[in-house]
Write a protein that binds this ligand. Structure first.
Ligand SMILES: [Zn+2]
Length: 224
């Protein structure tokens, strides 16, 4: 049975290397693979998956409006595909993750997705959210924090190494801009004083807590 796999990591866990190795394993047996990457990521030029250890392969690029099932089906009719591999899978839309389930269920082709679980604020990416929900197999690609514990989170840092706490979710960058951390050190990084002297704790002011004393707010709390 063909399956949908999600290989997820915080980052810097050798995702692209693993993807390219998997593709090579098929191709050395004379089989063909189809590699996709997000159109948003043009670090390595148009349409290729590149590993930090220097290997690379051409890839088709998916945009948010693309129907990956139909595009894969057309390609498969032209030349038999034995495996579909998707890099930067966190940038898939919910609809596209559903399309991937059709590739496994209808075309009977295994789909291997590689992506980052959460963004620099600890929020799930859309593609990751639905892959975690719908994939047949979830495989964690582990990386470590500076304290040697497993890194499950990532923070964005500026050139001075200071943590950036706000901004857009999608910001492609190299190793200098994102740092994998364990959850303890992620919390520490997010609570460190910013240049304005404010902290996240300080934002939870007594006034906000007072509003919880109102009956309506209490009801909302009880629902949880
Ligand atoms: Zn740590």
């Amino acid at each position: 049975m063909a399956k949908l796999y999600y290989y997820y990591s915080s980052m810097n866990a050798g995702k692209s290397t693993t993807l390219l190795q998997s593709s090579f394993n098929y191709r050395e047996r004379g089989m063909h693979t189809l590699i996709w990457t997000a159109a948003i990521d043009d670090r390595f030029g148009e349409g290729q998956v590149a590993s930090r250890i220097g290997i690379h392969e051409p890839a088709s690029r998916f945009h948010k409006e693309d129907n990956i099932f139909q595009l894969t089906k057309s390609s498969h009719e032209h030349r038999e595909i034995s495996c579909v591999l998707i890099d930067e899978a966190q940038f898939l839309t919910k609809a596209q993750v559903w399309q991937l389930t059709h590739i496994t269920d209808t075309l009977k082709i295994p789909v291997l997705c590689y992506g980052i679980r959460t963004d620099f604020q600890g929020q799930l990416f859309e593609g990751s959210q639905w892959l975690l929900a719908w994939a047949d197999e979830l495989v964690e690609l582990k990386t470590i924090c500076h304290c040697a514990r497993k890194a499950t989170m990532v923070v964005r840092v500026n050139a001075k190494g200071e943590t950036i706490r706000q901004g857009t979710q999608v910001e492609i960058g190299g190793n200098d801009r994102y740092v994998p951390l364990c959850r303890t050190h992620f919390k520490e990084a997010m609570l460190t004083k910013s240049c304005t002297g404010e902290t996240k704790l300080a934002q939870e002011s007594p006034q906000q807590h007072q509003s919880h004393n109102q009956p309506e707010s209490q009801q909302n709390l009880l629902k949880h």
